[in-house]
Design a protein around this ligand. Sequence first.
Ligand SMILES: [Zn+2]
Ligand SMILES: [Zn+2]
Length: 444
Amino acid sequence: MKKTLLFLLISISIFAHDGGHFGGHDVLRIWHLTDGSIIRGNFSSATSDVLILEQFQGAKVRVPIANLSPQDQKFAVVKINRSSRMNGFVEVDKPVSYLPYFNLLALAFFALLLMEKLRLRLVFRRFAYSSFLLAFVALACKTAAEVTPITPSAPVTAIPKTSVSYLDSAFAPYKPALSTTSDATYFYVNSTGLPAHNMMVGITAWQQQVPIPQPYTGTNHWSIPLQPVYASTPLSTTNNFMKGAVALAVNGVPIFNALNNRGEDSFAIGELDQWGGHCGRGDDYHYHAAPLHLSTVSGLKAIAFALDGFAVLGAKEPDGTAMLTLDTNHGHEWKGNYHYHGTTNYPYVIGAMRGKVSLDPATPAPENQILPQAFSSSVRPALTPLSGATITDFSAPTSSSYNLTYKIGSKTGSVNYSWNTSGLFTFNFTDVNGTQTTSTYQRK
Ligand SMILES: [Zn+2]
Ligand SMILES: [Zn+2]
């Protein structure tokens, strides 16, 4: 009898840890590394290239994802995608409750006493042992695999819903070039993405892309949430949102991460014009720096709205006083609400997304773009950087044509282009040796 009970106890403890669950603090997942070694820990969080594992008693360890075995790299991606999709929800490792263990053990103990007393045949006793073990394992699994929302350490402040009239007044100076609508959830902006100010002049790192009107209309309009919600953990722009826009300027031009899609400070490396913008691979004009020049028209009003719904102000507070100290998100609370500020130094507009945003599950960090957002569309294949070129002049001969002039050394080249109402684009290129070419493209 004593022997049997001991066997039962050992079996239970083996079964409880053998199932490969990474739920309990004392049940750590084993990660295999490429050099053959192993590391124990449960997925906690991750940056673009480092996995942070939680070990015994909450100790954290950083593991470069590249050092994991191919199979565990795949597993890491699944965990990262799952946690970013939950956006504000993380898989919390729940300590396994030991109460069911003791209940079961007590039950098993009395059952065994009874069976010994009745002198049941061995086969019945074995059947009884197995049933208890199975029930116990099922219970342990159920306790471990649960997903719990983060409990914020400080109470979440209720953020007032942004009024449509406030948003409308910020975008109003740029009508009718852009138009706005709204429903109960979003304020929508239709625009071409082309500003009224000049563009392109001053760029010294040019990819040969030029601004063309973009179809940010209809279902491809910009959407600004009317009810911002604080994110439990603001996502940093240093390792997130390197694809797509993070904000929309009040003139209908999107604002991208200060870092380009290669992770470089776009402004610092000469990619931007005098207005803080340039064109992407779809010939889509966008800012990477703060369009503080919009304050000339906007005054103390917002110069942009982040895609989390919070306003981006210029260099002053709404009451005209000097800008308060900014937090790491590049903003601060103001009268029960929150806003960002545009500045002339990195990160220029947003350091981390203070509000909760939905992420595109198809594009993992750092290229995790915010949804919903408007998408640019190209009419021609993307070009390559033109070494040594500086854009010296840009003009609009008509409302549907632009002339761009650049210099390489003392030689001048140009791109003169136009489009018509049926979406036919005609490009006339003159390179610095005087060679001329013409290309036409039809927008589909
Ligand atoms: Zn860009
Ligand atoms: Zn402020």
